[in-house]
Design a protein around this ligand. Structure first.
Ligand SMILES: *[C@@H]1O[C@H](CO)[C@@H](O)[C@H](O)[C@H]1NC(C)=O
Ligand SMILES: *[C@@H]1O[C@H](CO)[C@@H](O)[C@H](O)[C@H]1NC(C)=O
Ligand SMILES: *[C@@H]1O[C@H](CO)[C@@H](O)[C@H](O)[C@H]1NC(C)=O
Ligand SMILES: *[C@@H]1O[C@H](CO)[C@@H](O)[C@H](O)[C@H]1NC(C)=O
Ligand SMILES: *[C@@H]1O[C@H](CO)[C@@H](O)[C@H](O)[C@H]1NC(C)=O
Length: 475
């Protein structure tokens, strides 16, 4: 796949993008085409069946029969497909996940507050280099899914957390001046062992620091070296962070693959090749494998059929803002502007690093009540207050559970949440409704990774689109 490496081929790719994404000739057709996307495993139109067995963490990895050409496998960091040996098969502890989710939300809250009051908080342009140094308050850490990327020559394969909410890519790095900088020796980038390593042009210094609200952090310096994505694509002089002093909140993952917006994100650095297009599918279960695809490969192999616009007026943020108008469950459509007039539908982000979606509390409460009605045949179980999940059921002895469908009504498209994204599995018998209320009404509404499971989601940044597809990770 060496075809799209030069500027001319990037132009060609842009042409292709335009062809794939021509605006409708008749605007009215858009409305006719508007329909529900997502898994359709229905009993009847508003309910679907989920096999309880599919929620049980299996001990063997179940990769798809055929992988998409050029794709990077995307796997749960604690599932059997995970390259993070130490974390494999650990039980997901909801306390920990909530800690990560809540810190992330606090951190988004702070970074938005500071970026609206002062544009310099986004980072400082260093004279003559164009390189920006992230400052305190950036959103980092915490995702649950990993991909493996190659860095340096010979290339070292490093499992990193896949994060659409982070603008910076960084890795654990040797030599290690501090404790905890490199938890596993073979899983750290080692500049001195790479023949293609160099220092990026960033006088007077190349230091970076990222701090998280949960007090985890990474600091170090920027380096540049070859980035290899699935052997097919190599990017010489890719700039990323070489973490010298990292807290241990990242488990045995090696760092972060930052797929958010921003002048020095991976998306910006690979524009000539990928035209700012990527697509992923988050696996529906722990033992399945999803994928991450870039550029032409994403356009070609990631089936999508409807889109919502990326809102470009949310300046000063690296996040992908989209407009969520409502949520439908059972027979009830909940309208954001009616139920939560103070929570603008435009203040919604889609984020792979937050686990459980956060909704305005009035919307959440109405959604939950409707869900409860639909689930009245099942015995209730203890809440999981740590995760903000207050609607749980004991499904011991049930082979299948019949769930009401949940549809996210975005501006322009309705996306059917996969049944695996409607409930959170806490134990073999206990499941909980996998949505939560925002802590503060003016926090962002967040579409988290659980609700994104098993959907093809394509980001076409130059066209300002997030596209959704019916497909699934496995085919
Ligand atoms: C989850 O992890 C937290 C923090 O490590 C711990 O306090 C708690 O006991 C754990 N809960 C379970 C159910 O393992
Ligand atoms: C950059 O970080 C190094 C340690 O990694 C430190 O010695 C140096 O003083 C820092 N430079 C600046 C300008 O902060
Ligand atoms: C590592 O970074 C943390 C957070 O910035 C700082 O408190 C600590 O002193 C640093 N440790 C070393 C050895 O530089
Ligand atoms: C939501 O409510 C607003 C205000 O009443 C209305 O203008 C809008 O059409 C409604 N949206 C949907 C999807 O029903
Ligand atoms: C559960 O669903 C499967 C189909 O998905 C069906 O074959 C099976 O009979 C169902 N089990 C029960 C107990 O209803």
């Amino acid at each position: 796949m060496a075809i799209f490496r030069s500027r001319t081929s990037a132009l060609f790719l842009l042409l292709l993008v335009l062809l794939f994404h021509l605006p409708p000739l008749f605007p009215g057709r858009e409305l006719e085409k508007r329909r529900v996307h997502g898994a359709d495993m229905g009993l009847n139109s508003h309910r679907s069946v989920l096999k309880m067995k599919s929620l049980v963490p299996a001990s063997t990895c179940n990769p798809p029969p055929t992988e998409r050409v050029g794709s990077l496998p995307l796997v749960h960091r604690q599932g059997p497909c995970s390259p993070l040996l130490k974390e494999r098969l650990q039980r997901c502890n909801s306390t920990l996940i909530n800690l990560r989710d809540q810190s992330r939300i606090n951190s988004i809250r702070r970074s938005l507050a500071s970026s609206s009051s002062s544009s310099s908080s986004i980072g400082n342009d260093l004279p003559g280099t164009g390189l920006r140094i992230p400052v305190v308050g950036h959103l980092e850490g915490a995702g649950e899914y990993v991909v493996t990327v190659g860095l340096g020559t010979p290339r070292r394969d490093l499992p990193v957390i896949f994060d659409t909410g982070s603008p910076l890519t960084w890795t654990h790095c040797l030599p290690c001046p501090t404790q905890g900088c490199c938890p596993q020796n073979d899983r750290c980038f080692e500049p001195s062992k790479s023949s293609t390593y160099s220092n990026p042009p960033c006088p007077p210094n190349c230091n970076y620091s990222v701090f998280y609200a949960d007090k985890s952090f990474s600091n170090g310096f920027y380096v540049q070296d070859t980035l290899t994505l699935n052997a097919d694509y190599t990017f010489p002089n890719f700039i990323f962070g070489c973490g010298q002093n990292n807290s241990d909140g990242f488990g045995t993952s090696t760092g972060i693959l930052g797929l958010a917006l921003g002048d020095h994100s991976l998306i910006s650095q690979t524009t000539d090749t990928f035209a700012q297009i990527f697509c992923y599918c988050i696996p529906p279960t722990y033992n399945r494998q999803g994928y991450l695809l870039f550029g032409f490969g994403a356009l070609q192999q990631c089936q999508t059929n409807q889109y919502t616009s990326i809102l470009s007026d949310q300046t000063g943020s690296f996040q992908y803002f989209i407009k969520l108008l409502g949520i439908t469950t059972g027979k009830q459509t909940l309208n954001f502007s009616e139920l939560a007039p103070l929570s603008s539908p435009s203040r919604t982000i889609i984020d792979s690093g937050t686990t459980i979606s956060r909704l305005p509390s009035s919307v959440y409460l109405a959604l939950r009540d409707e869900f409860k009605k639909e689930m009245s045949e099942y015995p209730v179980a203890q809440h999981l207050p740590s995760l903000g999940l207050d609607t749980c059921y004991n499904l011991e002895g049930h082979e299948n559970v019949t769930l009401p469908k949940v549809v996210l009504n975005f501006d322009g498209t309705d996306v059917n949440v996969d049944p695996s994204g409607v409930v959170w599995r806490e134990s073999d018998s206990q499941v909980c409704f996998a949505f939560a209320a925002k802590e503060k009404e003016d926090d962002l509404t967040i579409i988290g990774s659980t609700q994104q499971r098993n959907l093809n989601i394509l980001y076409n940044i130059q066209a300002n689109k997030v596209e959704f597809g019916t497909g699934s990770c496995g085919s």
